[in-house]
Design a binder for this molecule. Sequence first.
Ligand code: FAD
Length: 448
Amino acid sequence: MFRKLLLVRCCILLLSVKLLNSQNESRKVSQTQCFCELQGQVDECCCDVETTDEVNSQHIRPLLERLLRYNYFRFFRVNLKKECPFWPDDSRCMLKDCHVDSCSEDELPSGLKNDIPTAMCSPEETQELELSKVDESLTVDEREKFETWKEYDDEKMNFCELDNETSESSQYVDLLKNPERYTGYAGTSANRIWKAIYEENCFRHSKAKNVFNRKSIADLCREKRVFYRAISGMHASINIHLCANYYFAGNLLKKARWHHNTAEFQRRFDAATTSGEGPGWLKNLYTLYLLMLRAVVKAAPYLEKESFYTGVKDEDLAVKQLILQLIESAKFCPRTFNESDMFKGQSAALKEEFRLHFWNISRIMDCVGCDKCRLWGKLQTLGIGTALKILFSWELSSSKELGQSKHFHLRRTELVALFNALGRYSTSIYELQTFRHLEEKVQTNDEL
Ligand SMILES: Cc1cc2nc3c(=O)[nH]c(=O)nc-3n(C[C@H](O)[C@H](O)[C@H](O)COP(=O)(O)OP(=O)(O)OC[C@H]3O[C@@H](n4cnc5c(N)ncnc54)[C@H](O)[C@@H]3O)c2cc1C
C-alpha cells in the first residue's frame, strides 16, 4: 500500500516537472518572438535596424533628452476641449491617470507669456509683424481676403488641422509634468479610434476583416505602405510607452510603482498573441523614426535660421546648438529615408489624398476620450504631420530651399511637436532594448 502511494506521488511529481518545463519552454519561445524581425533593412528605408539602434542610443537619444528639457520644447500649447467632429463624445475617461495639468502663466518663460501670438514670435518675426503694419493702408475687406488666402496657402501645405492658439480653450501644458504612460484608457472608446484610423483612413483595399496583415501591406504601393507604417509605428510607440511606464498598484508588502510590464509587452507584440503581426508593428516604429529624422535633416536650412525664442538668451543659444548637433547626428546611412521617389508619375495624384487622410487622422485625435492620451496623440500626429509637411510640401513653396522660401513656415507649436514626437520614437526604440534585456534576464533565471 505504502509503495503504491509512493509511486502515485512520484508520478504526480514527474508530471508537474514536465508541465513546468513545457510552460517554461513555451515562455522561452514566446520570449524571442517579439524581437525576431528587429534586424536587417528597415522597411521603406535606406538603413538597417542595427545601425539605427546604435546611432539612437549613442547620439540621438542623449541629445533629445537634453533638448526636450528646455522651456522652448517643454511647453506645448494645445486645445484639449475641442468637440469630436465624427461621433458624439463617448464619456471622457474619469481615471485619475488621464488627467492633464495645465500651466499657470507664472510657470511660462517670458517669451511665451500672455497667450497672444506676438508673444510667441522670435525677434525676426516680431520685426516682420512691425513691417506688416503697412497693411493698415488696406481696407478691412482687403485684409480679410488676404487672411483667407494665407489660411488657404497654409492649409494646402499642412497635413494636420492646427488648433487655434488664440482660442480661450487652448492652454499651455508642461510636457515634463504630464508624461506619456499607462492611463488605463482602453475598451470601446480606444478601439473605436484605432479602428477609424486604420479602416477609414489608411487606404485599405476592402472592407475585409484584418485587412492589414503583412500580405495585404506588401500589395500596396510605396506611398500607401509608408502611410500605414507611420501610423502603425506611432501606435506601437504609444503601446511601448504604456508598457514601459505601467502602473503596479501597491499592497501591504510593496509600494505602488511605475515600472516595465514585460507580460503586457509580450501580450501586445508577441507573434503568438498577435497572429504573427506584432514583430512587424515594432519594425514599423523604425520606419517612422527614420522618416522623422530625414525630415529634420531636410529642414536644416530652415532650422539653422530659427531663433527658438523664449526670451532667455543663453537658453535659446543652447537650444540652437543642440539642434545643430542633432541635425549632424541624424545624417547617417547616407539618407535615412528617401522621399524623392514618392508621388512621382502615376502616384502624383495620390499626394492630395495622402495629405487629406492624414488631416482626418489629426481630427480624430479630438475624439480620444482620455485627456492625457489626447494630449500625446495630438502632439504626435502634429509632429508626424510636420515631418510630412517638410518632406512633401516644400515643392509648393516658391523656392527649392526651405530656408529661403518666403512661403514655407513652421509655427512654434509645429516645431515643439516635431521634436517631441521624435523624442517619443527615440525613447521607444531605446525601451525595446530594455524589454529585450528584461526578457533575457527572465530566461536566464528560468534556466537556472
Ligand atoms: C491616440 C491614442 C493615444 C493613446 N495613448 C495612451 C496612453 O498614453 N496610455 C495608455 O495607457 N493608453 C493609451 N491609449 C490606449 C492604447 O493605445 C490601447 O488602445 C489600449 O491599451 C487598449 O489596447 P488593446 O489591447 O485593446 O489594443 P489596441 O492598442 O487598442 O489596438 C487595437 C487593434 O489594433 C491592432 N494593432 C495594435 N497595435 C498595432 C500596431 N502597432 N500597428 C498596427 N495595428 C496594431 C491590433 O489588431 C489590436 O487588436 C491610447 C489610444 C489612442 C487611440
